[in-house]
Write a protein that binds this ligand. Sequence first.
Ligand SMILES: *[C@@H]1O[C@H](CO)[C@@H](O)[C@H](O)[C@H]1NC(C)=O
Length: 401
Amino acid sequence: MASPPPLLTALLLLTAAISLISPSQSQSQSATCTSQSQTFTNNKRYAFCNGLPYLNSYLHWTFDPAQSSLSIAFIAPAPPEGWVSWAINPTSTGMVGSQALIAFKLGDRMTVKTYNVSSYNPLTESKVWFDVKESSAEFSNGAIRLFATVVLPEKGKTVVNQVWQVGASVTGGVPNKHEFQPANLNSKGSLDLLGGQSTASTGGNSRLKKRNIHGVLNVVSWGILFPTGIVLARYLRVFPSADPAWFYLHVSCQVSAYAIGVAGWGTGLKLGSESKAVTYSVHRNIGITLFAFATLQIFALLLRPKKDNKYRLYWNIYHHGVGYAILVLGILNVFKGFDILQPEPKWRRAYIVVISVLGGIALLLEAFTWIVVLKRKKSDKSTKPYDGYNNGRGRQEPLSP
Ligand SMILES: *[C@@H]1O[C@H](CO)[C@@H](O)[C@H](O)[C@H]1NC(C)=O
């Protein structure tokens, strides 16, 4: 039987899709410190600055571990009658539990108040987890700047969960609810008080570029090539004429996916080590797991027992198990990456189209495979299974090659 045309179509579509995803003017919300003046009206200078990934805001800070004393300048665009907030959450990662400094205009001057945000109820001023030594705020150039020096009660705690926020209005001295856009809900992360970009650091543009390169490499590798290689192996094999071609196609697809994936993974590690303001732990951990699994698969190739070896069955189970885990985790992590990088929506949509097309093709081939295999079984009971995979298993089914 000849090779199935749907697969060729799939490959063509994928190639088209890959070229669609190639880098262009995708935009990140992440602010960059280079655009920031490094001295402030209070003549303060800070050791570190990080452009925070949401709400176009910046955190400048200096931390003295001996005194647990932290000086910050938090800057975020806001209307003059609005508010900005920077908080540490000592017990959790989101808004609830956060110990917030909020800057807004009260009467005719800017003020900074502290809030123990214990619920989503209207805020009431209260004492917070840290001591506030001094605080002030100003409005200029469309942004509110919040300055504070606080003393953290836990000595030796140098990584904290930070939460930041911007709101449009204040009523009767009480900041009103902020919006619930993705940027407002995602504006949190961990902050390494001893790390971060030093204020002399360079270009956000090169950083944005790096993030895009990271995104493209990984979408192509984990998000498209690995799944394609799995589809190749699973369905092409049914056709005796495709043996052993399917094997070489599968191996070359997965080995190139691995090469691109490792490059993408490396850029991710680099980005992670540079992003002291925010750690995306889930994305990072999935990425590390993927790398480990994929490396395992490369070794699996070298350690593969012969087809008639009695351990081959176990090898198959392991190889397919890890392979499907990579499939699921890879796609999941691509979406996690979209959440972090926040490119223009069309990139996410393009990827959804690609992966749906691949999924649809897999579904069709799945049905097709069953038909072929059942027919073959009927017409020729005595034939040995075409690829020898099912030796000793009693029956042949396309699902468990
Ligand atoms: C903040 O509020 C919570 C809940 O009401 C309370 O358990 C906690 O002790 C408060 N924290 C401070 C520092 O007052």
